[in-house]
Design a protein around this ligand. Structure first.
Ligand code: SF4
Length: 383
């Protein structure tokens, strides 16, 4: 999530109007296959496609065939993906707890999807929300999930991200799919899944349902960057735009602020999978992103030396054009953290040094933020 009035486009490096406009096309082979597609209709069973004998089915035969096949498909999909919670290894923490039995791992998340806010967000990067482009600002359809595996000390969404949060409401895959479709109907440019990692099985179900019912806007996977490669493979063909953070290069910093020493290694492995799935950034004729990977980096107070490393690594991994780089200055001190440097604002001059480094590398797609970006009032009220 980014803050209101935040993004400025560096004119010399971002020129969406001059892009080659190639629409994103996901082929059938990209879509995760369902076993239900191979269900044969037996002569001894109702010709609606259910497994019930015709006499007991009550379907009315072919008139309701599609409904039964769809229900059966959804049931098999639900069973297929929900078993991933039996021995949870959805993120690199690999807790191996049975969330279906109510056991909680590091993230503290249950196996039922929990959602806090669902809203149209107008201040994501311009290519996601439409802000500042020659197109109506339709916004990004953000869905905020509760909990988070990473738990950074400075998290600005801590009300909903902490292990112990009681905010949010439980939501079935069917209801979540309906919410996606409702957002699409409201005209948003995309569906933006905020911190989805620990609910991926339910989200896949919801996306399959929503896509079968007409969801066509791009789906954005908005994450901390601390992701399992295996979990990302499950999402191949379902996600159009990845929006990961690359928070730290230094293992000292990642240990200090997120209690995870291998962040850099896991994040880079995840970014490679994401970028391979999406390919280079693609935009429509108005500059709205259709496909690609946007890597966000929030410059932290006292850590701009680490940010320079992050920028350098991203250039090494993806070159000038492989990703969109979004450098953020919006760090908002909330006070009372046991790290004095994090209770201070980021000096804008430190941020500009990082921007200058990205400019030196000539990133083709580079978003920067204005000095007034950091404001506590921009943090949403969660429910
Ligand atoms: S999603 Fe949660 S329970 Fe599963 S491995 Fe990650 S932290 Fe552990």
């Amino acid at each position: 999530m980014t803050d209101k009035k935040s993004f400025e486009i560096n004119g010399s490096h971002v020129n969406f109007q001059n892009q080659n406009h190639v629409a994103a096309v996901i082929s059938d082979s990209d879509i995760i296959p369902s076993k239900a597609e191979n269900v044969a209709v037996s002569e001894t069973l109702c010709n609606c496609g259910s497994k019930a004998p015709e006499a007991n089915c009550g379907s009315g035969g072919l008139d309701k065939a599609e409904k039964h096949i769809s229900e059966q498909k959804n049931q098999e999909t639900t069973e297929k993906y929900s078993t991933l919670y039996d021995n949870c290894r959805l993120c690199p923490f690999c807790c191996q707890v049975n969330r279906n039995a109510g056991i909680k791992g590091r993230c503290g998340a249950p196996s039922e999807i929990r959602v806090s806010n669902i809203q149209k967000h107008e201040w994501e990067e311009p290519c996601l929300s439409g802000q500042g482009l020659k197109t109506p600002v339709k916004g990004s359809g953000t869905v905020f999930f509760t909990h988070c595996p990473l738990g950074c000390v400075f998290c600005q969404n801590r009300q909903i991200s902490r292990r112990s949060t009681s905010l949010g409401r439980e939501m079935s895959a069917d209801v979540l799919a309906s919410e996606f479709l409702r957002l699409q109907q409201s005209g948003v440019h995309n569906i933006n899944l905020v911190t989805p990692t620990h609910f991926v099985p339910g989200i896949i179900e919801a996306l399959l349902i929503a896509k079968s019912k007409g969801l066509t806007v791009p789906v954005v996977y908005n994450s901390s960057g601390y992701e399992s490669e295996e979990t990302l493979q499950l999402l191949s063909g379902l996600i159009d735009i990845y929006l990961p953070d690359y928070k730290y290069f230094s293992s000292h910093l990642s240990e200090l602020y997120s209690v995870v020493p291998d962040y850099q290694e896991k994040c880079e492995a995840a970014l490679k999978v994401m970028q391979k799935q999406t390919g280079k950034p693609l935009f429509d004729e108005n500059g709205i992103m259709k496909r690609g990977t946007i890597v966000r980096h929030l410059v932290l107070p006292g850590c701009d030396y680490d940010s320079l490393k992050v920028v350098s690594r991203l250039h090494l991994l993806f070159g000038k054009e492989g990703i969109v780089l979004s450098l953020m200055s919006q760090y908002t001190p909330t006070g009372n953290l046991p790290f004095p440097e994090l209770n201070e604002k980021l000096p804008y001059s430190a941020y500009l040094r990082v921007v200058a480094s990205a400019q030196k590398y000539k990133f083709r797609y580079l978003y920067t933020q204005s000095e007034e970006s950091a404001a506590e009032s921009f943090i949403p009220v969660f429910i």
